[in-house]
Design a protein. Structure first.
Length: 417
């Protein structure tokens, strides 16, 4: 039987007496330079059950040693007290997210990690779209080891221009059991979920995935749109655990699968936004001089006109528009990242962050020693062809929507039998 790498499973949801707005929080890799966001989210959740207690926001990575045991205890406590209960015992969840661009449709499912590999040069059916920073895996792996369950902000993209997989489910959503419908905290829009657990509906979903695979001319079936490092962590944990299991145990062990949300790249409400760079702890004018010298050594021009790769540098209240030609990197983000990687290695006193949103990025560089680099967006239509041709793109190349539009943790899933 053909492996579709997507399957139904048991998906947990907060119990009926849990406030869903207090429960659901945004992906842990957002607002990493804005601790005030997470303090406000914490205040909104208060002492009510919240997914915020089950994840490690990256803004708190320096506190991982203290926070991870608390996360594991909270998971055990929530399961013991019935805070989380099965939303579907064997099925999928259709999600409808109201965002600025309209209603974005997704399907929460289990992804077979045997079809995924994040290592450079790998060409599995499930593929990383951006370079994986290996040093970002260990803190996430520490959370997953010993965890009773997983929550997920991983978004998997399919290339379905004829809209044959998710859209038919959306069209008949009124025939499905509504599981939740509520406003998300912190300007996250509204989230609605429907159970896809009738045998005939599950068969239709799997048949549509199978047909999409038959029609595809590419070996790339599923592209990781968001949460690449979280999915890489799930893969690393599975590979760590696998040798201790028999072949029978490996076939259906919970850790072999990762909970994801599948979205169609052709969804009109799904937008691609650039991820900008902000460098802290260095003078902007000096940095620009060093960039000029770096470009000269590499044979690049920073004033290449309309044909160049556009990068905007912002510091001390002024903006400098660069147009780079001569770079071997096909994207502006790759050109800039090549410089920053070399530069950061020689300047440990500085720090670099990856930020969503033009206004947010500009607001972070009002101080004397901070420089922002604003990058252009990657057109959605270019993602699958570029990944197929070039492999993984430079890390942090694109974002699926603005920070507040990222996936919120709602569903959960047991990782232990």
């Amino acid at each position: 039987m053909q492996n579709l790498y997507i399957r139904p499973g048991e998906l947990l949801l907060p119990a009926q007496d849990v406030d869903p707005t207090a429960w659901a929080c945004v992906a842990c890799d957002q607002y990493t330079s804005q601790p005030e966001y997470w303090r406000e989210a914490d205040a909104l959740a208060g002492d009510r059950p919240s997914a915020l207690r089950l994840v490690l926001p990256e803004v708190y990575l320096s506190q991982a040693k203290e926070r991870i045991p608390e996360i594991h205890r909270a998971m055990d406590d929530y399961l013991a007290r019935g805070v989380l209960t099965p939303g579907v015992k064997n099925g999928f969840i259709l999600t409808v997210r109201s965002v600025a661009g309209g209603s974005r449709v997704g399907l929460v499912a289990l992804l077979d990690l045997e079809g995924y590999d994040y290592l450079p040069g790998a060409k599995p059916p499930v593929r990383a779209t951006e370079g994986t920073i290996l040093e970002r895996i260990p803190p996430r792996l520490a959370v997953r080891r010993g965890a009773a369950m997983e929550l997920s902000h991983v978004l998997i993209l399919i290339d379905d221009p004829l809209r044959t997989v998710l859209e038919p489910l959306y069209d008949r959503r009124t025939t499905l059991e509504k599981l939740y419908d509520f406003p998300l905290m912190m300007n996250g829009g509204n989230l609605t979920g429907y159970a896809v657990n009738k045998p005939e509906d599950i068969r239709d979903v799997l048949a549509s995935f199978a047909q999409l695979r038959v029609q595809s001319t590419s070996s790339l079936l599923y592209a990781v749109g968001d949460g690449n490092h979280s999915l890489a962590t799930a893969k690393a944990y599975w590979e760590e655990l696998k040798p201790s299991l028999s072949s029978t145990e490996q076939a259906d062990h919970p850790a072999r699968f990762a909970m994801v949300e599948v979205e169609n790249i052709h969804d009109e409400a799904l937008t691609f936004e650039p991820i900008h760079r902000v460098l802290f702890g260095y003078d902007g004018e000096t940095l620009m001089e060093e960039l000029q010298r770096y470009a000269a050594r590499k044979g690049w021009s920073l004033a290449g006109g309309s044909e160049g790769q556009e990068i905007i540098a912002v510091f001390k209240g002024k903006e400098t528009r660069l147009s780079v030609t001569g770079s071997p990197h096909p994207l502006a983000v790759g050109t800039l990242q090549a410089f920053l990687d070399d530069w950061m290695a020689a300047h440990p006193e500085a720090s670099l962050d990856y930020v969503h949103g033009d206004s947010t990025t500009r607001a972070l560089v009002t101080g004397e020693k901070a420089v922002a680099f604003l990058l252009p967006a990657l057109p959605k239509s270019e993602l699958f062809p570029m990944v197929e041709k070039l492999g993984a793109l430079p890390r942090k190349t694109f974002s699926m929507g603005e920070a507040q539009e990222k996936r919120y943790y709602m569903e959960a899933r047991r990782l232990t039998r």
